[in-house]
Design a protein around this ligand. Structure first.
Ligand code: C5P
Length: 205
């Protein structure tokens, strides 16, 4: 069984994907980490994330980079969003994601283009969304807990910028697959969002 979980930044898709993987006993790939690793490698190489050649060179990052806690920070998120625009970068990461989806006999993948490009044949496609306000609030609380100084307005602005970039790029933009089940988590807490997702998968299989 392949489960595709797509959605914008801070929609709750990562939490939902991890919970589905645990519940259904499937391996989980957070594909954003791959783009974040490319973004971080460009930075470590002193390259320019907006230059397709620099970004492509960075797709040959060492496997160990995927364990770097730095990948989770906002800087890497921004860099990931910039390198992910380049078609050559997406192509270089395609096989890796496709292999994960098909070779382990089932998987949960979360990202932006799983249901549309990486696994258009997925058994279940979920599109997780939430209002900018709800997503900004969540990100803000997370940052406060980690002791990172920022404002709600700054976070909301960054989310809008990232949504715009992810939705308007030519290659594999963030779009809802025609056969995806949409879950809006704006008014749901973590447990409710997970429960909705498990029920949605169970109805499909
Ligand atoms: O999901 P996450 O915030 O970790 O993703 C970081 C960035 O990587 C996104 O803003 C998006 O630009 C890019 N990305 C992508 N396709 C994916 C996963 C992530 O373009 N499948």
């Amino acid at each position: 069984m392949i489960v595709a979980v797509d959605g914008p930044t801070a929609s709750g898709k990562g939490t939902i994907a991890a919970a589905l993987a645990a519940y259904f006993g499937l391996p989980h790939l957070d594909t954003g980490l791959l783009y974040r690793a490319v973004g971080r490698q460009v930075y470590l190489d002193g390259g320019n994330p907006d230059e397709p050649d620099d970004a492509l060179a960075a797709t040959r990052f060492p496997e160990s980079l995927l364990d770097d806690p730095q990948l989770r920070n906002e800087e890497c998120g921004g860099l990931a969003s910039r390198v992910s625009i380049h078609p050559a970068v997406r192509k270089a990461l395609f096989e890796r994601q496709r292999a994960f989806a098909t070779e382990s006999g089932g998987a949960v993948l979360d990202g932006r283009d799983i249901g549309t490009v990486i696994a258009p044949d997925a058994d279940v496609k979920l599109f997780i969304t939430a209002s900018v306000d709800a997503r900004a609030q969540r990100r803000y609380r997370e940052m406060q807990q980690r002791g990172i100084a920022t404002t709600l307005a700054e976070i909301a602005e960054d989310l809008r910028r990232r949504d715009e970039r992810d939705s308007s790029r030519d290659t594999a933009p963030l779009t809802i697959a025609g056969d995806a089940i949409v879950i809006d988590t704006s008014k749901l807490d973590r447990a409710q969002a997970i429960d909705n997702a498990i029920k949605a998968v169970n109805r499909k299989i």
